[in-house]
Design a protein around this ligand. Sequence first.
Ligand code: AMP
Ligand code: FE
Ligand code: FE
Ligand code: ZN
Length: 276
Amino acid sequence: MNGYDIHTHSVYSDGTTQVNEIARLAAMSGLPGFALTDHDTVAGWEQARKAAAQYGLDFLPGVELDTKFGQVDMHLLGYGFDPEQGGMQTKLDQLQQARASRIEQMVVNLAADYEISLTQLQQRVLGTVGRPHIADELMRLGVVPDRATAFATILHKDSKYYVAKQSFHTLEAVRLIVAAGGVPVLAHPAAIRHKHLLTAEQLAQLVAAGLQGIELRHPENCPAKLAEIMRFVPDFDLLITGSSDFHGAGKSNRVGDCTTPAEIIAEIRARCVLPN
Ligand code: AMP
Ligand code: FE
Ligand code: FE
Ligand code: ZN
């Protein structure tokens, strides 16, 4: 039996497909259900619920937050929370605003060398803005062939155009998701793009703060990094998840590439204030 794909992005953040398309792809792949985890927004939840019902799928609402713990970049998934609880919606609004001014600054930097316009970019973005949208503009201008190339060059952290995001501590993010009645799960801790790896001490602190799961199956996993963290991950009583991190045409990851078994989904739902 296929599992659920519980890490996907739509046009409400940096995915390139509509929510309906994610539901259709999940149904076509024979998955029992999916979660929508757009960056810093819950704007797609309503549409996802409807689309899931249409295709006879289960839906688990979610979000992905970009955080940092010391030197380590950590992405945190939150499932089944109530945005109106624990100051979640206020924080999401703040994150959106911070993202907008950061992208504005990067476009200003880029405009010195490229014909890029903030107005055009803003017109095309429906929800949470990010570097992937700048990458799309650079593709339209014929500067890069795809997002991956843009990220490896012009949009790379070491590029002169790069502007860092305001830092959000992972421990604070875990507590926020818990306060909103949700289940926090650490996303892709062994992804190839991570420069610094999660440590056992950090994981202990995250678990103490309320972390409940870890996404160990992910298409961008690096086997060596995974082996490294697997030296201590089993010491913690965590729910193990797997997902595709689908971004439509923005990445090669396909819906259902990695999945999470129904028993784990049931456990996540049992711990959520808003399980559907
Ligand atoms: P930002 O949030 O603006 O810093 O941009 C990071 C986002 O870009 C992440 O959410 C990823 O989904 C996406 N991303 C990171 N690296 C790549 C890549 N190599 N190709 C395509 N998308 C990427
Ligand atoms: Fe993304
Ligand atoms: Fe992520
Ligand atoms: Zn993601």
